[in-house]
Design a binder for this molecule. Structure first.
Ligand code: ADP
Ligand code: MG
Length: 144
């Protein structure tokens, strides 16, 4: 997908997530930034669908992350919104969601400094979503 695009519906944002997913490989880590309601989970839902996840995809709320079975291996979806800083947390908390066979999506990556270290090959993509009036959203992708 192009480095910057604009969508005007949740469906279009899901499609953008699906397009990004098509270029991923096992072990890739995708950071998804943007304020509340910007469409991060919507984007990830589209990506997970494209990777073969058939279950309902909502933001992990009472847990830090969820693991799914994708067509080509495990898929992790993390939401670090409620994570105040990993210093106070179990350092192993996030480890199950990263690995050479796992594709990992992280909402609110800014909340955990350790993400860069957990991503073995580094960060594959950094997606930023922003409100652009009404149902419009700007989607920027770095690292493609
Ligand atoms: P976040 O995870 O960033 O908090 P969500 O994806 O959970 O955001 O929620 C985005 C909300 O905005 C949803 O209710 C969705 O239906 C709505 N929405 C409206 N237009 C769009 C769009 N173009 N892209 C994504 N979401 C949109
Ligand atoms: Mg979300």
């Amino acid at each position: 997908m192009p480095a910057a695009s604009r969508t005007v519906s949740p469906d279009a944002t899901e499609r953008a997530g699906g397009e990004l997913a098509a270029g991923l490989r096992p072990g890739d880590v995708v950071l998804v930034s943007g304020e509340l309601g910007a469409g991060k989970t919507t984007f990830v839902r589209g990506a997970l669908r494209a990777l073969g996840v058939t279950e309902a995809v909502t933001s992990p709320t009472f847990v830090v992350g969820l693991l799914y079975d994708g067509t080509a291996g495990p898929i992790a979806h993390l939401d670090l919104y409620r994570l105040a800083g990993l210093a106070d947390e179990d350092p192993g908390l996030l480890e199950p969601y990263f690995g050479p066979d796992t594709v990992t999506f992280v909402e609110w990556p800014e909340r955990a400094e350790s993400i860069a270290e957990l991503a073995g090959r580094g960060i594959a993509r950094h997606v930023t979503l922003a409100h652009a009036g009404g149902d419009a959203r700007e989607i920027e992708v770095r690292g493609a």
